[in-house]
Structures are given as structure tokens and as C-alpha cells.
Ligand binder design. Structure first.
Ligand SMILES: [Zn+2]
Length: 395
């Protein structure tokens, strides 16, 4: 095509373009009109370092995993001794070896025969690789001698090989006076005092989950930053009904910490207040028997990397590594046990990478944001990965 022909072509096109409606002139835009939030999966256009960390720099103890669950639960309260296991040890060990995971702490080891089975399957069969915690027998709360029986039960569990006690959010949010009905039982109910003391006497730390993310106590509406998560799991909402406020829950928990100074408490999920590290710091300063664990909260820590970095510097002796990993836990992508999950945690702790996913999922499952790595120095990494847990668990 010569210049004249080209000019005449353009000349012929101009009036046609001017007359065409706007959409016809922009065929590449493919404006879909309305895009539903669930279908929105934006890809970041940032060009920044992306470090693969498939293996932790130092051996790791994962203080927060679930390898089994109570087979029967009623209204959030486990019943009976029967357990369901998520995966056999033989499936977990190769992954553990590849990612440098020395030990998994199975917090939900259960009670009685179920506890014995948990211990036999993992801890006894593979010494040093698995540790088992026991749980309270809440279903027996209405029995007149519950208090002392529960304390004795802790002692028995310790003799069987349980290394600690797990307290689920059942306490404070599900457990009621008649177990599944009546008013909610307070976290600092005096009936549990002998149990907390037995934990101290047996040198068994308490892994305690109290309350839940702040957003779970707010209406599930367009202002809720975890709307999609709550919309997918409406039963996770503690808004309304007779649920206490998070403030009431934390205050009751703190009274337990204060009343049992010899008992070691590990407040799971950064004390379930990772949105407010100032408050967690205040509690850590007030209660020397309190530690925190980071499971399922790197989404919170990683979106405030500067505050988090200062928090890790200051409380480096009291932060434990944990993931809340569940083998095949497809319901919660941020917790699916596997190499992908650990690589994200290691990347968050070890690198200064910017703006990356906190969970192996196409859409961030706990809120639509990305995280930033902390780039912790080796001495802090060693403590968080295993040193602090080794001390707490008296290994
Ligand atoms: Zn958990």
C-alpha cells in the first residue's frame, strides 16, 4: 500500500469511526457490565522479588495442627471418646522431611481411649516427630464432681503421654450450663480452676483459643472485611444472639491468666487479636505466663509488616510457630497441610518479599488483601521456629 492509498483508507475510516457507538470502537475492552465479587481474581502487575522457600532455614516445630477430631460433636461441644483421624503418619512424614518440619503438635488429641489412640498412632509410633495434647471433657460439666474429675483427668492424660491441654473456642462461645443449652459458661468459671492448676502441676502448657477474629462479631454486610468468608461459613459468625463481646471474652481469659500464674498459656492465633497488636503486647506485658502462636493469622500479621516486625523483635522469646494445619482441610484453604502452606509461612517469616498471597487459594480466603514478608534475622527465626516451643513443651 502506497502513502496515497493509505491516506485514502484512513480518510474513509474516520467518518465511520466517528459515527460508531463508543463500545464498537473498543472491541478489546469486553466490559462485562457487572462483575460479581466472587469472580474477581485480579493478578498483581507488580514486578518484585518472589522467593520460593520450600524448606525452612532451621528445623521447625509446628505447635498448632489437627490430626484428629472428636467423632461426635453437639452444638460445638465434643462428646465421647471416639476420634476420626485426618491422615496417617506415613502420609505426613515425607512432607515434614521435605519442608524441615521436625515435629507436629496435634492439639486435638482427645480424651480417654481416643487420646490413647492419638498417642499410639503418632507420638509413640514416631518418637520426636509428633506430640499430643488432650482436651477437657466438657460434656461432663453437669456432673457434681466435674471440677475435681477434670483435674484428675489431666493428671491421667499426662501419665498416658499427653504433653499439654487444648482449649477450643468452645469455652466462651459454645459450652452452656446444660452443656448444649442454657446460658453460656464463662471462660473464668471457677469450676475450671482445679484444671488450670493441674496443668501447672503436670507441667502441661495450655494451648488456648479464645474468641475469634473481630469481624466475626460484626454484621455480615458490605462493611465486613471478611464478608466472603462469613458468607461462605455463616455458622462462624458470633454476631448478635447471646454471644459476649470480644472485650468480655478477652477480659475473662485475662482473669484466668492472672489467677493461675504458674500455668503456661499459649494464646493461639496471636491471642485471636492479631488485628490489634498493641492490645496483644499489653497482655504479654501484664502476664508473664502468656505466649502467642501465629497459626492462621499471617494474613493479619503480614498486612501490617512494620508493626509485626516490631512485635517479633520485642516478643521474640514468646512467639511460637504454628499453622493450624489440617490434612485435607479443604474447607479452610489457609490451613491445608502441605508443602504449599509451609512455603508461604517460611516466605513470610524469612524474606522481605512484598505483596503476596497468604494462603494457597485463588482468592484470599480470610479477606481480600496481600501480605509482606518480615525478613526475620536468624536468631529470632530459630526461637520462633523451635526454640520457644522446645522450652514451653519442656522437650
Ligand atoms: Zn486450631
Amino acid at each position: 500500500m502506497n502513502r496515497r492509498e493509505w491516506l485514502s483508507t484512513i480518510g474513509a475510516m474516520v467518518p465511520a469511526l466517528a459515527a460508531a457507538p463508543r463500545a464498537a470502537r473498543e472491541p478489546a475492552a469486553q466490559t462485562p457490565g457487572v462483575l460479581e465479587l466472587k469472580d474477581f481474581q485480579p493478578r498483581s502487575m507488580l514486578t518484585v522479588p518472589a522467593t520460593r522457600v520450600p524448606r525452612a532455614k532451621f528445623p521447625v516445630i509446628d505447635f498448632h495442627t489437627h490430626l484428629g477430631f472428636s467423632a461426635k460433636g453437639v452444638a460445638g461441644v465434643p462428646h465421647g471418646e471416639e476420634r476420626r483421624f485426618a491422615a496417617p503418619a506415613s502420609e505426613l512424614l515425607p512432607v515434614m522431611d521435605r519442608v524441615n518440619l521436625q515435629t507436629m503438635v496435634n492439639l486435638t488429641g482427645g480424651v480417654g481411649k481416643g487420646l490413647q489412640e492419638s498417642i499410639a498412632r503418632f507420638q509413640t509410633a514416631h518418637p520426636g516427630r509428633f506430640i499430643t495434647f488432650t482436651e477437657p471433657r466438657y460434656a461432663e460439666l453437669t456432673q457434681p464432681k466435674f471440677s475435681q474429675q477434670q483435674a484428675d483427668e489431666i493428671e491421667r492424660a499426662g501419665a498416658l503421654g499427653a504433653r499439654g491441654v487444648k482449649v477450643l473456642k468452645t469455652l466462651g462461645l459454645y459450652l452452656r450450663e446444660q452443656v448444649t443449652s442454657g446460658p453460656l459458661v464463662k471462660i473464668d468459671d471457677r469450676r475450671f480452676d482445679p484444671m488450670w492448676e493441674a496443668c501447672a502441676a503436670q507441667a502441661m502448657p495450655v494451648a488456648i483459643h479464645i474468641s475469634d477474629p473481630e469481624a466475626f462479631f460484626l454484621p455480615i454486610d458490605r462493611f465486613n472485611e471478611r464478608f466472603e468468608e462469613l458468607n461462605a461459613h455463616p455458622d462462624w459468625s458470633f454476631h448478635g444472639k447471646d454471644f459476649p463481646t470480644t472485650k468480655e471474652l478477652f477480659e475473662a481469659r485475662n482473669r484466668v491468666f492472672a489467677r493461675h500464674p504458674k500455668t503456661t498459656f499459649v494464646a493461639l492465633h496471636v491471642g485471636n487479636k492479631a488485628e490489634d497488636l498493641g492490645y496483644v503486647a499489653e497482655c504479654l506485658d501484664k502476664f508473664p505466663n502468656m505466649h502467642v502462636e501465629i497459626g492462621a493469622r499471617i494474613g493479619e500479621l503480614g498486612r501490617q509488616p512494620r508493626a509485626s516486625r516490631r512485635f517479633f523483635d520485642r516478643y521474640q522469646d514468646r512467639i511460637l510457630f504454628g499453622t493450624d494445619a489440617v490434612p485435607y482441610g479443604k474447607q479452610t484453604p489457609q490451613q491445608i497441610f502441605g508443602e504449599e502452606l509451609y512455603a508461604i509461612y517460611f516466605r513470610f517469616l524469612e524474606t522481605e518479599d512484598e505483596y503476596f498471597d497468604y494462603a494457597p487459594a485463588p482468592v484470599p480466603p480470610q479477606g481480600r488483601w496481600q501480605i509482606y514478608g518480615l525478613g526475620l534475622p536468624d536468631p529470632i527465626l530459630r526461637k520462633v521456629y523451635a526454640g520457644n516451643a522446645t522450652r514451653v513443651l519442656r522437650l
